[in-house]
Design a protein around this ligand. Sequence first.
Ligand SMILES: *Cc1c(COP(=O)(O)O)cnc(C)c1O
Length: 391
Amino acid sequence: MTRAIYLDYAATTPVDPRVIEKMVQFLGPDGVFGNPSSTLHRQGMEANNAVEQSRQQVANLINAEPDEIIWTSGGTESDNLAIKGVAQLYADRGRHIITSAIEHKAVLDSCLYLETQGFEVTYIKPNAEGLITPKQVETALRPDTILVSLMHVNNEIGTITDIKSIAEVTKDRGVFFHADAAQSAARLPLDTKTIPVDFISMSAHKMYGPKGIGALYARRNPRIRLQPQIHGGGHERGIRSGTLPTHQIVGMGEAAHLVAYKRAEDSEKTRILSQDLLHRLMTIERVSVNGNRKHCIDAIVNVSISFVESESLLMLLPDIAVSNGSACTSASVEPSHVLTALGIDAETAYSSLRFSIGRFTTEEEIHQSVKQVAEAVYELRRLSLHWTAYP
Ligand SMILES: *Cc1c(COP(=O)(O)O)cnc(C)c1O
């Protein structure tokens, strides 16, 4: 069986073999399988040491302190904990939240939930290229605003938000700022000592670690409290209960450690492959790029191919893993909420493809995939009345 060409790194990344090697040491009867809370015996103590070392590795990735890292089950939970956790504890200060129309569903749905609980939410609209400016955030701020939540890098179009300037605005106004860094943690440097952001969501499976583990950075100085969303044994200083999954945590720690010293190399490789990919895609007739190619990460390339429905296209290409819209909403037939927010019409949105590349992508895979896409596009257009009518 030939393996599919994987160009969907924004949906999830494979686990780096070095991370797997580390994780299996924390599972079996000969490994460090103890409960990290059982610190009265050796198995527990060793597990606890591993958890704390991993906490340090994740903290290092964003230049934070280990006691500012809270383990969660992933990016979705981190987003929920930051947004609902702040809103519920600081509701007496105000009930207004600012986010954007192009956030991940974990943020949008947390905000929608809070709207049912008496909070008001402003959804900033990006410009036609998907950019959100510090000025827009400043304009949206109100005396009763308690939280701004924006993603660092958009998962569909790859655009980068200037979170440093936004954090400076929110800090000035005494408003908390949460940044969803699920897409950026492996790709862009992030420094909590120079960016006054209060919360950062991270997800291990977007950075060559395992699924089901993530972290929330929560600034300690000044101390910000959070309303726990999961109650139980009081783990993670009472903020997030549940037995710590040692193997998942060391997986995320090792993944963060690898990113810290492989990021420059990964980025350079990605930059070259991405240029090649874009260049080849543009040789197909009537292809347009979605988003802004200046303020974006190289790893995500989103294009629309006129007169071709991406769903039909993907059905012709079962051996190429790319995405149409976002994986999370594939159950619905709505066009992508991100592309729609950019003012892109439904037809163009339905003809969009997201390519995302990463650490294990090869030049050959780029060549092969664009070649096959071009052939499938040709086939579909040959059968399309609209295309044949097009001069
Ligand atoms: C993947 C992703 C999430 C969700 O993370 P999970 O670990 O899959 O729950 C949240 N935000 C963004 C921007 C993402 O890309």
